[in-house]
Design a protein around this ligand. Sequence first.
Ligand code: HEC
Length: 265
Amino acid sequence: VTVGAVPLLVGAYVLAWKLRSPRWTFVGDATLVLTAGISLFTFAFGMVSNFAQPWPAGLGTWRALHLAFGAASSALLVAFAVARVASRRVQRVTCVTCVTSGGRSAACALATAMCIGWTGWIGGEVLTYHAGLAVAGAAGGALAPELGRSPPRPTDLRGAMGDLRFAWASIDTQLAAMVVNKPSDGAYAAVEGYARHLGQVASWMGTGAAVRDPADEAQIRSHASALRGRAAELENAARGRDLEALEGAFADTTRVCLDCHDLLR
Ligand code: HEC
């Protein structure tokens, strides 16, 4: 909200100054007071993220910069708002739309906007998009269950691919989390479940139910059987809590996907 209000804030004060317009001054002042109030909430939620979010290593500088400039932005907005309200009082004009702001207010608005813009760039580009903090925060705090825990049995090849995609991506995510965080019983158990599901889909493909063109039948059956073998290896490695074997089996599994896609897709 703070970032979204900035164009209006700067535009209104610049127009008020250039056109000597009391109406644009009123727009600027109203936007400023509202934005300053809202930015206090924004800052409060920023503090919650700062303390409650598990921050990955290596982001220390950006985190500190975002915090410092976030605090500075809020302070600037509040100070600017207080100054504007005070200046209205001093001018003692009874009608709210008769005060006109000048170049100083426009300059203050621009300086505040630059501070907010820089804070927003760090928060949006660096922390949210590149470092994925919003996703991690949402995943950690979301109350919704995981998507597609028990997908329906496939009825055709594309349905089977959807199931494979789900199981494969879920295993990939669990493995990545174990490598960058730490191995955990929960993640091993999850991988075991996804690997079992992968094996079931591969078995279904091996029955020939996934064959669309008889010319492909042999390829489909042999790849399905290879996939079933890899899935069993994944399941065993997960049960044995062996991360290295698990990574190896996962790479082999992915190779089967690639081989079949190369041939038939
Ligand atoms: C037996 C051969 C075979 C194997 C093994 C295989 N695929 Fe596929 N896959 C295909 C074919 C053929 C298509 C194209 C289907 C189409 O376009 O209708 C496809 C398409 C897909 C699609 C796109 C589906 C869509 O909706 O367009 C995904 C996702 C996919 N495969 C994932 C995987 C993953 C993940 C694995 C390994 C775990 C895998 N596949 C293993 C044959 C295979």
